[in-house]
Design a protein around this ligand. Structure first.
Ligand code: GLN
Length: 493
C-alpha cells in the first residue's frame, strides 16, 4: 500500500469513503510517522490511544455509510486549544500539569465532524513569537533545510508545530491561531497553506487568550482545498464567544478552482520596503503575473498607514496580553511556587512560570496601560488601528476584491540566528501580516516557490470581511500556476 501519510486531506477523505483503506490504517500510519519524527519536536503531547479509539469509531460509522464530513481524518491540534482530558500547556511552564475539563469550540467542531486527534502541537509560549523558539519545551525544527547545509531551520511561529507537522506529513492538517501572523508566516516558511479568517468567523472560546481583539483560529494544511475543507468545520457562530459572528458558513471547497476572471487585485505600494530582497520582489511580481494570466485585473493601491502597523501592533498585543495573562497567579491553574505570603507566591510563580519573551510582553503591556502612558501609547495605537482599517475600507470601496502582498520579508532562518540580541529583529518578520489582524480581515498564504537557498516562500492575499471564498479561489489560482514544491527527503526519520 502507498504511504497513507502522503495523501492530502481531500484524497484521504475520498479514499476512506471508497473503502480503499480504513481510518485505523490511516491513523496508524500517522502515529508511526510521528514516532519517527521526534527530532522535529513538533508534538508536545501524543495521543495515540485516543486516536485509535476515534479511528475505530470512524470505521464503524463509515461501514454503516454514516461518515461525517471529516470522518476518520487524523489532525494535529495547536497546544493553545483546550482539549478535554488532554494536557494543554500553551508551551508554557506556568500551565504544566493543566488538564482542561472542557473542549474548545473549534476543536469540538472538528470532532463533531468526525476528525481524529493525533496530539497537541508545539508553539511559541502563549503564541508570542515568530520562530517557535520561545516554547518552554524547546524549538520546533522545520523539515526543510537550506541547500547544501544541514543547519536547523525554524518553521516560523507561533504555530510552528502545526506548520512543521503538516509539512513533514505528521498529520493531514492542523489547527493554528493567528494574532499577528502566526498562521500565515509559518505556512510561508514551510511551503504549506494557512488562512486566518475574518475576526469573528471562528469562536475563540476555549483557546488560551493572547490578545483577544486580534486572536483568530484557522487551519494550516497541505493545499488550498484542504484548508477550505478544514475551515468549514472550524468556522461558525458560538454564543459562548461574544465576538463570534452569526453568519452562515459557506462550503468553502466549492470556491477552490473557481474562476477569478475580472477580480480586481490591489497591489499596495507601501508593502515595497526599503532594502527588501530581490527575491521577494520577484516573487511578488510573479504572483501578479499568475493572477493576471488567470483573468484577474491588477490595480495599484495605497494603504498609507501601513508603516505604523507594526509599532502599533506591538503596543496593542502586549497590552491585551498583560491583562489576559494576569490570571496565571499560581492559584487557579498549573504551576505554583510558594512564597512568604500570597504576593510572594504570585511573584515567585510568575517569575518561574513565564519565559523571557512572555515576561517582556507583560512588562511592555503593563507600561503602555499605566496611568501617564496610556494616552501616549495605548490610545495612540488604537487610533492608528482605526486608520489602518480605514485604509483597507477605502481600497475595498474602490472595488478592490483582494490585495496581493508577500507573506514574509525573507525565507526562514536558522534556529538562534535572529532576535537573540534585539527582539525587534524578530518582530520585523510580522511586517506584512499584522495589518490584517489590526483590521480584522481574512488573509491566506499559499506557496509561491523556493528561494535561492532552497527554502519556501509564500504569497499573501488579503480579502474583504467574510469573503474567504474569494481568497480560496485566488489562492488556488496561485497554487495552480506556482511550481510544485517537493519536501526534502525525510532526514529526521
Ligand atoms: N509573531 C507575532 C507576535 O509575536 C504574532 C504572533 C501570533 O500571531 N500569535 O506577536
Amino acid at each position: 500500500m502507498t504511504d497513507l501519510t502522503r495523501l492530502t486531506l481531500a484524497d484521504a477523505r475520498d479514499g476512506l469513503r471508497a473503502k480503499r483503506f480504513t481510518a485505523t490504517e490511516l491513523t496508524k500510519a500517522h502515529i508511526a510517522a510521528i514516532e519517527k519524527a521526534r527530532a522535529l519536536n513538533a508534538y508536545l503531547v501524543e495521543t495515540p490511544e485516543l486516536a485509535l479509539a476515534a479511528a475505530a469509531d470512524s470505521d464503524a460509522r463509515l461501514a454503516r455509510g454514516e461518515g461525517r464530513p471529516l470522518e476518520g481524518l487524523p489532525l494535529g491540534i495547536k497546544d493553545l486549544y483546550c482539549t478535554k482530558g488532554v494536557p494543554t500547556t500553551a508551551a508554557s511552564r506556568i500551565l504544566e500539569g493543566f488538564v482542561p475539563h472542557y473542549e474548545s469550540t473549534v476543536s469540538g467542531q472538528l470532532w463533531r465532524d468526525g476528525a481524529v486527534m493525533l496530539g497537541k502541537l508545539n508553539l511559541d509560549e502563549f503564541a508570542m513569537g515568530s520562530s517557535n523558539e520561545t516554547s518552554a519545551f524547546g524549538p520546533v525544527v522545520s523539515p526543510w533545510r537550506r541547500k547544501g547545509d544541514d543547519a536547523k531551520i525554524v518553521p516560523g511561529g507561533s504555530s510552528g508545530g502545526s506548520a512543521a507537522a503538516v509539512a513533514a506529513h505528521l498529520c493531514l492538517g492542523a489547527t493554528a491561531t493567528d494574532t499577528g501572523g502566526s498562521i500565515r508566516q509559518p505556512a510561508a516558511f514551510t511551503g504549506t497553506v494557512g488562512i486566518k479568517p475574518t475576526y469573528g468567523r471562528c469562536s475563540r472560546w476555549g483557546i488560551v487568550a493572547f490578545a483577544s481583539s486580534l486572536d483568530q483560529a484557522g487551519p494550516i494544511a497541505r493545499d488550498v482545498r484542504d484548508a477550505a475543507i478544514m475551515l468549514r468545520s472550524m468556522a461558525g457562530f458560538d454564543p459562548k464567544d461574544s465576538t463570534s459572528v452569526d453568519l452562515p458558513v459557506p462550503d468553502y471547497e466549492k470556491s477552490v478552482g473557481a474562476s477569478v476572471k475580472g477580480k480586481k487585485i490591489g497591489i499596495p505600494r507601501e508593502y515595497r520596503l526599503d532594502g527588501m530582497s530581490q527575491e521577494i520582489e520577484a516573487l511578488w511580481r510573479q504572483g501578479v503575473e499568475w493572477l493576471k494570466d488567470a483573468g484577474a485585473e491588477i490595480v495599484d493601491i495605497s494603504l498609507p498607514h501601513t508603516k505604523h502597523a507594526l509599532p502599533a501592533y506591538y503596543i496593542v498585543a502586549p497590552a491585551e496580553a498583560s491583562s489576559n495573562l494576569a490570571r496565571y497567579d499560581g492559584v487557579r491553574y498549573g504551576l505554583r511556587k510558594q512564597g512568604r505570603d500570597i504576593v510572594g507566591m504570585y511573584e515567585n510563580t510568575r517569575a518561574a512560570g513565564f519565559g523571557a519573551e512572555v515576561r517582556r510582553r507583560i512588562m511592555i503591556g503593563a507600561y503602555v496601560l499605566s496611568a501617564g502612558y496610556y494616552d501616549a501609547y495605548y490610545v495612540r495605537a488604537q487610533k492608528i488601528r482605526t486608520l489602518i482599517k480605514r485604509d483597507f475600507e477605502i481600497a475595498f470601496q474602490a472595488g478592490v476584491d483582494a490585495i496581493l502582498t508577500p507573506a514574509t520579508p525573507s525565507p526562514a532562518f536558522a534556529i538562534g540566528e535572529k532576535g537573540s540580541a534585539d527582539p525587534v529583529e524578530m518582530y520585523l518578520n510580522d511586517v506584512f501580516t499584522v495589518t490584517v489582524n489590526m483590521a480584522g480581515l481574512p488573509g491566506i498564504v499559499a506557496p509561491g516557490g523556493l528561494a535561492s537557498d532552497g527554502l519556501p516562500l509564500g504569497l499573501q492575499l488579503i480579502g474583504r470581511p467574510f469573503e474567504e471564498e474569494t481568497l480560496f479561489s485566488l489562492a488556488s489560482a496561485i497554487e495552480k500556476a506556482a511550481p510544485a514544491i517537493e519536501l526534502p527527503q525525510p532526514w529526521w526519520a
